[in-house]
Design a protein around this ligand. Structure first.
Ligand SMILES: Cc1cc2nc3c(=O)[nH]c(=O)nc-3n(C[C@H](O)[C@H](O)[C@H](O)COP(=O)(O)OP(=O)(O)OC[C@H]3O[C@@H](n4cnc5c(N)ncnc54)[C@H](O)[C@@H]3O)c2cc1C
Length: 452
């Protein structure tokens, strides 16, 4: 049987895509290497802003999927002397029971008519006449190799990006992303001896010695459980996150006598989105397309958004009987308009954060070179409105940190340029090459001016 759409990966991106496509009456299957009951389990911080569900028109799940309500984020300076408390509706959310949340999304896809091939590992794409027209896969229970044919193949296989890595250059989809654009993470779920006093906030700790180019998180779960871990930027010679975690985090009094419930490592791609996420008969979603907020690494919301947007575009393309790159292009445009432009700006801000010294961050946070409002705006992907008076004040405060101040100013300027550039994302593939060249120029400039 030839399927309309084959979605690889039943994570948050894949389930939303399959649901959206099946709801339109198309014939869609999800190919997932995990067993059905394990779908949703993932090494993750498990935090999800409430607004993501609202944006997608999803009701709040009611059966234990939302484990603990969170009222905001606290960000600690490296010397722990300054704490920013970010309270804003976009930072109100929940700590998820990740497996139950994944199962909830899966059920939505299956109830809409999606077929599930679980315990099935996709191995590679099949090409015919310049189109991706199917996949080969291995049934993990029996070892049998199978072929599935479809009109559109969706790569929602997460960081592994099984299909993306094997696409030909002519498709103009980046096969590889740079190590420096990835955070290596280690995470544990721990049962503490007693519940922490302030358990309604997600806590983030900046410290370049413990987590170069990343941060430590301690997120409260139900009872006295916490989801805690760290991400480290994979620049040359980056330290092992698990070793760092045991050395710098588990030694805190908070964890004395705590019990390890679950632990593991995984990767978070924290850069701008792939410049192009579609080709003839193929679309790339979620982590496979690097759709993660570059400064806090949250990707559940953007991955679901990509599933929804790509799903809608694929349905329209199928209705036209044209699944070419040109016909799938609106998915790029919609994602870049809603979230991709913000993500790209935050990628610039990330360069500032990962290259700032602990003293700069201590000083900057303590003397309000960076304010809570700036951090909030950065988190929301909004512009910093540095006006002259304010800048002058900041210059005065920052006299002893002129280099950092200059970097901050440059960051703001380049973020503005990136904003305008993404507002001009090409409406068709025709002008993509020029746009991409300009993107690369902007990011090269940012790396040379901020990222060192
Ligand atoms: C340590 C860590 C902490 C994080 N914390 C947060 C957080 O607190 N909040 C937040 O919003 N985001 C967080 N993220 C990011 C978030 O987890 C991801 O952005 C999100 O899960 C991406 O969803 P996805 O569907 O694209 O990929 P995934 O959730 O990774 O799903 C991909 C699916 O594809 C399957 N698959 C892979 N290869 C194949 C194959 N060859 N064949 C068949 N199936 C395959 C996998 O088994 C998996 O089910 C964190 C990430 C990490 C690593």
């Amino acid at each position: 049987m030839k399927l309309d759409v084959i979605v690889i990966g039943a994570g948050t991106a894949g389930c939303l895509a399959a649901k959206t496509i099946a709801e339109a009456g198309l014939n869609v299957c999800l190919v997932e290497r995990k067993r059905r009951e394990e779908i949703g389990e993932k090494i993750c911080g498990d935090a999800l802003g409430e607004h993501h569900l609202k944006t997608l028109g999803l009701e709040k799940p009611q059966s234990g999927e939302l484990e603990k309500r969170i009222e905001g984020i606290k960000i600690y300076s490296p010397n722990l002397e300054t704490v920013f408390t970010i309270q804003h509706e976009d930072f109100v959310g929940n700590l998820l029971n990740r497996r139950l949340f994944g199962q909830w999304l899966l059920k939505k896809a299956l109830d809409s008519g999606t077929e599930l091939y679980d315990l099935t590992q996709c191995t590679k794409p099949i090409f015919e006449k310049g189109y991706v027209t199917g996949i080969t896969a291995k049934k993990l229970k029996t070892g049998e190799n199978i072929e599935l044919k479809g009109k559109v193949i969706v790569d929602a296989s997460g960081f592994l990006a099984t299909i993306r890595h094997k696409l030909p250059k002519q498709m103009e989809i980046e096969n590889e992303i740079a190590n420096e654009d990835v955070e290596a993470c280690y995470r544990e779920i721990r049962q503490l001896k007693q519940e922490t006093a302030e358990s309604k906030y997600c806590e983030i700790y900046l410290n370049q010695k413990a987590t170069p180019g990343g941060y430590t998180w301690i997120f409260p779960k139900n009872g006295a459980k916490v989801n805690t871990g760290m991400g480290i930027c994979m620049r040359p010679n980056f330290p092992n996150p698990k070793n760092q975690f045991y050395k710098h985090v588990l030694t805190r009094p908070l964890f004395e006598g705590s019990l390890l419930l679950d632990g593991g490592s995984w990767y978070d791609p924290t850069r701008r989105p792939l410049d192009n996420m579609v080709g003839n008969g193929v679309a790339i979603l979620g982590d496979a397309a690097s759709l993660v907020n570059p400064i806090h690494g949250g990707g559940i919301g953007p991955s679901m958004l990509s599933g929804h947007l790509a799903g809608k575009t694929i349905v329209e393309a199928m209705e036209k009987g044209d699944v070419s790159k040109k016909s799938l292009w609106p998915y790029n445009c919609k994602y870049m308009e809603i979230y991709g432009g913000k993500q790209a700006r935050l990628d610039i801000f990330r360069l500032l954060l990962i290259t700032s010294k602990d003293e700069d961050l201590n000083y900057g946070m303590n003397f309000k070179l960076l304010t809570e409002e700036d951090v909030l705006k950065a988190g929301l992907g909004e512009d910093f409105h540095l006006n002259i008076t304010e800048t002058a004040k900041r210059v005065f405060r920052g006299m002893r940190r002129v280099r950092f101040l200059n970097k901050l100013r440059l960051t703001v300027n380049i973020m503005k340029q990136v904003k305008i550039h993404y507002e001009n994302y090409p409406k068709t593939p025709n002008h993509f090459e020029e746009w991409k060249t300009e993107t690369e120029t902007l990011f090269r400039l940012a790396r040379s001016k901020i990222g060192n």
